[in-house]
Design a protein around this ligand. Structure first.
Ligand code: HEM
Length: 238
């Protein structure tokens, strides 16, 4: 994948050395948040033992666990690649690394992350609404990623950048999901006795669809807002 800016449109703040890290203060928190998420999410799947999985596979679906593990290992790789892709210094100083890690993001991500996500979505144990949210999330991620790649191939770098930012936002939905779940539990907890009869499982089942939708819709809305109102206005070929 080619760098989202052309020689004619260098990134704002990029001199010969590229922007300094303090001009992009979000890169370190993003990297730390991603690593914390992976350290929490990955270990139950490293043993390759379905009994250790945090997400139990539905009974009678022998293919579910291998597909889930493929998705999770691929997702871990992509989470790390995104940090490289959005790191302005690396894009400015080592565009070849950006291109190759971008190709890996697309060509490993589609078969190892997006397609497996689509396969496991309809059998989610958290109910019909969550299944719809997951399937839509997977279809959009696959579409945005393919569009981002197609735009880079056509050298329409402004469009490429927009679609890849949307793809990254959806990819981070899974890490954001952990934050959303904690917030929704805190919001719903005061009603545990009155609304859910004191049953924490009922409370968890009730908030699951909202958590699923919010975890990818909110990051996507943030990116859309940034693209509409905050990004530097550049004149480049779209
Ligand atoms: C590209 C966007 C992604 C989509 C559409 C997606 C979709 C899904 C779906 C549908 C499930 C099954 C949920 C269920 O059955 O209830 C799932 C589970 C899971 N995914 Fe993803 N995922 C994405 C990205 C990632 C990434 C980047 C990681 C990073 C490691 C990841 C890690 C996991 C894990 C650990 C689970 C198991 C359940 C859990 O612990 O929450 N996913 N994902």
């Amino acid at each position: 994948m080619t760098a989202p800016t052309t020689a004619a449109t260098p990134p704002r703040g990029a001199g010969r050395q590229g922007p300094r890290w303090w001009q992009r203060p979000w890169i370190l928190p993003l990297a730390l948040f991603s690593l914390a998420f992976l350290l929490y999410s990955l270990p139950p799947y490293l043993s390759l033992d379905p009994a250790d999985a945090r997400l139990p596979s539905p009974e009678g679906l022998a293919w579910h666990y291998p597909v889930l593990v493929t998705h999770i290992f691929g997702g871990s790789l992509l989470t790390l690649l995104v940090i490289l892709q959005v790191w302005p210094w690396l894009r400015a100083r080592h565009p070849a690394v950006h291109r190759w890690s971008g190709r890996l993001y697309v060509f490993a991500g589609i078969p190892l992350v997006g397609v497996p996500a689509l396969l496991i979505s309809p059998v989610s144990s958290t109910g019909f609404s969550t299944q719809i949210s997951n399937a839509l999330w997977a279809v959009l991620w696959l579409s945005f990623t393919a569009l981002g790649y197609a735009m880079a191939r056509r050298r329409r770098f402004a469009r490429h950048r927009e679609w890849m930012l949307r793809s990254f936002a959806l990819l981070f939905g899974i890490a954001f999901d952990r934050v959303i779940i904690i917030l929704l539990i805190l919001l719903a907890m005061p009603g545990l006795e009155s609304a859910y009869g004191g049953d924490e499982a009922v409370l968890a089942a009730t908030i699951a669809p909202a958590a699923s939708f919010l975890s990818w819709v909110l990051p996507l809305l943030c990116v859309e807002w940034w693209l509409q109102y905050r990004r530097p206005r550049r004149r480049s070929r779209t």
